[in-house]
Design a protein around this ligand. Structure first.
Ligand SMILES: [Zn+2]
Ligand SMILES: [Zn+2]
Length: 154
């Protein structure tokens, strides 16, 4: 059971074997791994992003991804999970899940969020007008599925 749970988590590209000698990489903490044979140190996505952010305060998610090779999805996951700690003066951006614009927090940019709510309000008005609440809930599901198509960013 436990194995299944582990396989479902984002492993952030954890290094399994040493790229120098093929030895087993042992987890040291904070995204750092060390080869048990030769002592070579490597990092997973979290370790790479964390190291970069520590040295480059103010870097945004796009810069971190470009410099470290860590995917935007991993960076977003880390931010959402609170794994990645950003210096106070850093500007780490998330992407709007609808239009892809860079945002500071949440899931949508203010434009899309407003449009999203206006859309829902409009549908609610129509549904009420027709006295058809079932139609409203169906429409809402469709809208959410549609929005998902724009979440890919790789
Ligand atoms: Zn090694
Ligand atoms: Zn947007």
């Amino acid at each position: 059971m436990l194995k299944k749970e582990f396989s479902e988590v984002n492993t952030y590209n954890r290094p399994t074997y040493c790229s120098e000698c093929g030895g087993v990489m042992v987890f040291k903490g904070l995204g750092e791994y060390q080869c048990e044979k030769c002592g070579f140190v490597d990092y997973d996505d979290y370790g790479k992003a964390r190291n970069y952010v520590e040295k480059h305060a103010g870097a945004n998610a796009a810069e971190v991804g470009k410099a470290t090779g860590v995917s935007q999805k991993s960076i977003r996951d880390m931010l959402k999970e609170g794994k990645l700690e950003i210096a106070k003066n850093s500007v780490i951006f998330l992407k709007c899940e609808i239009c892809g614009a860079l945002i500071n927090s949440g899931r949508y940019c203010s434009k899309c969020e407003t449009a999203y709510h206006r859309d829902k309000e409009e549908m609610a008005r129509k549904a009420r007008h027709h006295g058809d609440t079932f139609g409203f809930s169906t429409e809402r599901r469709k809208g959410e599925d549609g929005a998902k198509r724009f979440t890919r960013d790789e």
